[in-house]
Design a protein around this ligand. Structure first.
Ligand SMILES: [Zn+2]
Length: 212
């Protein structure tokens, strides 16, 4: 299982496909799941590279979901913490979606094994987060009714920013004068943090009491 996980991490890394172009990634992952007796539905929710893998039957229905696309300008040599693109300016898996997918598949296969060994009924579903960096197709899956019978959804995500972005932001903050900080590096990070803070604040707001 350890070898298989590492191979999956590396294989998906080697594809590094941008949103809506995850053809090789989808083919590879569904191939693995098909061999493990998962039923594959392709192009779900009208999205060509999307798929849904299902195993088992009945309740509970447990879904695993993780992103599958890469990020523009995030090309990086594997296993190197410093900013070191394989191809300068090329897309890459700087946010670790390759390992997220491997973790998801291994978790689902482990659950499948436990269910079989202990004669536990239930359904396992696996969804790929297609084009997560562009628009996030999970909302489209919901609209297409793909989550209607799902009791529990587990997501794996192991990166917030690309290693190279964080490194550049850190270096910029540490070594440059404020006016020299390359704003394009920091703007994205700041915007993202602001969005998340606003989202959390909105969620924390207590519901207004109903007036009759
Ligand atoms: Zn991500």
């Amino acid at each position: 299982m350890q070898t298989m996980t590492q191979q999956m991490v590396d294989q998906i890394f080697s594809f590094s496909e941008l949103g809506f172009q995850e053809f090789e990634t989808s083919r590879y992952v569904t191939g693995i799941l098909e061999k493990q007796n998962f039923q594959i539905e392709r192009s779900v929710a009208g999205i060509p590279t999307a798929w849904l893998a299902t195993y088992g039957s009945g309740k509970p229905v447990i879904a695993f979901i993780t992103d599958s696309d890469c990020i523009p300008r995030s090309s990086q040599k594997p296993g190197v913490a410093d900013h070191a693109p394989l191809v300068e300016g090329a897309p890459g898996l700087g946010e670790g979606h390759n390992s997220g997918m491997a973790v998801n598949v291994v978790a689902a296969l482990t659950l499948q094994k436990l269910m079989t060994e202990h004669h536990i009924s239930g359904t396992i579903k696996i969804f790929p987060g297609i084009a997560e960096e562009l628009l996030g197709t999970k909302a489209h899956y919901i609209r297409a009714g793909l989550f209607i019978d799902v009791d529990l959804a587990l997501g794996a995500h192991d990166g917030r920013y690309s290693g190279s972005d964080m490194k550049s932001a850190f270096e910029a903050g540490r070594t440059l004068k404020p006016e020299e900080v390359p704003t394009e590096i920091l703007e994205d990070l700041i915007e993202d943090i602001k969005r998340e803070q606003a989202f959390r604040k909105a969620k924390r707001k207590p519901a207004k009491a109903k007036t009759l």
